[in-house]
Design a protein. Structure first.
Length: 481
């Protein structure tokens, strides 16, 4: 997946990304609302040495202080310091807990020690920091004081030993105004960034696990079938399944006209006149595609007959508002001829409905009689469109497809999986059927739609000479009934 494809995935999955962003923002708000504010108070100490006045002694004292100051910083949070501070201030904590809230740092090449104390109470943080600084200085000076008498004064009186260093407070802690934790803006930024990363990762994962088709190009790459048309999704399609009247000017109607044109020019060398329309699974819009393709051919002046060969769930009669009591099954069992039960629909389209539902549809549709009926219809009409059952649930179409001269495979966008389409195409090829191409149905309409061309009416389409009946053949229009 290149960058453009990745961005396309993110845009297509924008609800997931938006939900994750919102989740990140809510998490940041929860952290800010539930976290107790923590304040930090800072004090600074200066480590001085008792040295002579000459330059050498001053340098030695400076080097001594810098060498010891790092060790002093490690003493700040020892119990020698914290126990006394807790008792003096009567803090509601233990020495060990206080030690965890004290931090000491000694800047490099300095004799300074920075002591920071954190607390939920800003005043208590300042008092504790100052108390720690005082007690810390006392502990260090006591540790540096020799335990033996090393000298006497001029009168011979012993001099008490003194510490070679002195720690003085250079900057007392003040009451902090702003808490160091939580940080609302930082938490919000982290939450939004985390939500965005989570949303992008979720979108990429869903795209990887989603094996359905999002574009007609992807469908063509898998099946090696030419994409004859992309039918856009139309929420009004259930109410107006046939693109006539006002619906004839919709983008969906234009897509069916494009399917008609592409089908006319897809097979230049050998024009199929008996075309079956099927799908992998139910609910992919095969009946709607077959019906609108037939209407589009009829409106172009091509004598067309639509046959409902889905003998398990026939829908053509209901789509056109026709009678289903007599139809294809009546012809197959010899109760009527095709001319007797063929009905007239919109735009001069002839429709042969399914008729009564038989107990053995697979045997009827794969019989020699079915082939004879199709040939009889092809002798009367220029194009015969056959609506068949889905390929995967039942074997009806597998037996019927070889009797036709080509098959259109309808694939619903974002529903049919790659494996299902591959199995459907293989089942057609295994029985010697001729797949003409794929129809990508109910595709998502790109932003902006079809622009101003969506308002254009249907231009008159010339009758394609390749589908016209030879002059020597009789044209029995009475059979359209």
């Amino acid at each position: 997946m290149d960058l453009r494809g990745f961005l396309t995935v993110v845009v297509r999955r924008w609800p997931s990304c938006a939900a994750c962003l919102l989740l990140g923002a809510l998490a940041a708000w929860a952290v800010n609302a539930l976290t107790t504010p923590v304040y930090e108070a800072r004090t600074q100490l200066f480590v001085a040495t008792h040295a002579g006045s000459d330059t050498m002694q001053l340098n030695q004292g400076q080097s001594f202080s810098q060498a010891r100051v790092l060790s002093y910083a490690d003493i700040v949070n020892t119990r020698q310091v914290t126990e006394t501070v807790v008792k003096e201030l009567k803090l509601p904590t233990t020495p060990d807990e206080l030690a965890g809230r004290i931090r000491a740092e000694a800047p490099v090449n300095t004799v300074l020690i920075d002591i920071t104390v954190s607390d939920t109470d800003p005043r208590r943080a300042a008092r504790t920091a100052n108390a720690v600084a005082v007690r810390f200085g006392q502990v260090v000076e006591r540790l540096e004081t020799p335990h033996t008498v090393e000298s006497a004064d001029s009168m011979g009186v012993a001099v008490a030993p003194v510490s070679p260093v002195t720690l003085g407070v250079t900057d007392r802690a003040t009451v902090p105004d702003v808490p160091v934790s939580p940080r609302p803006l930082l938490n919000l930024a982290v939450g939004l960034l985390g939500g965005l990363l989570l949303g992008v990762a979720l979108a990429a994962l869903r795209e990887t696990l989603d094996t359905t088709f999002k574009t007609a190009e992807a469908l063509s790459e898998l099946t090696a079938l030419p994409p004859l048309a992309t039918i856009p999704f139309d929420s009004d399609a259930p109410l107006h399944p046939i693109t006539v009247g006002e619906a004839a000017h919709s983008p969906r109607a234009e897509a069916f006209r494009r399917l008609r044109t592409n089908l006319q020019f897809a097979q230049v060398s050998e024009r199929p006149r008996i075309i079956s329309v099927t799908s992998s699974l139910p609910g992919e819009g095969k009946t709607n595609t077959a019906a609108n393709l037939a209407v589009s051919l009829a409106r172009a002046g091509i004598a067309t007959c639509l046959v409902d060969a889905d003998l398990r769930r026939p829908c053509v009669a209901r789509t056109f508002g026709l009678v289903q009591d007599a139809g294809l099954t009546s012809v197959l069992i010899g109760q009527a001829s095709a001319a007797d039960v063929t009905q007239q629909a919109t735009a001069g389209l002839a429709v042969l409905t399914s008729g009564p539902m038989p107990p053995n549809p697979t045997e009827l549709l794969s019989s020699a009689r079915m082939g004879e009926v199709l040939q009889e219809l092809a002798a009367t009409y220029e194009v015969v469109i056959v609506d068949t059952a889905p390929l995967l649930p039942v074997a009806d179409t597998v037996g019927l497809a070889p009797l036709t001269q080509g098959t259109l495979l309808v694939v619903r966008a974002s529903k049919t999986s790659r494996e299902q389409v591959r199995t459907a195409v293989d089942s057609l090829r295994n029985v010697g059927a001729r797949p003409l191409g794929a129809v990508f149905n109910m595709a998502e309409v790109a932003k902006g739609g079809y622009g101003s061309y969506g308002t254009y009416g249907e231009l008159p389409a010339p009758r394609p000479a390749v589908w016209r009946r030879p002059a020597s053949e009789p044209h029995d229009t009475g059979a359209r009934g």
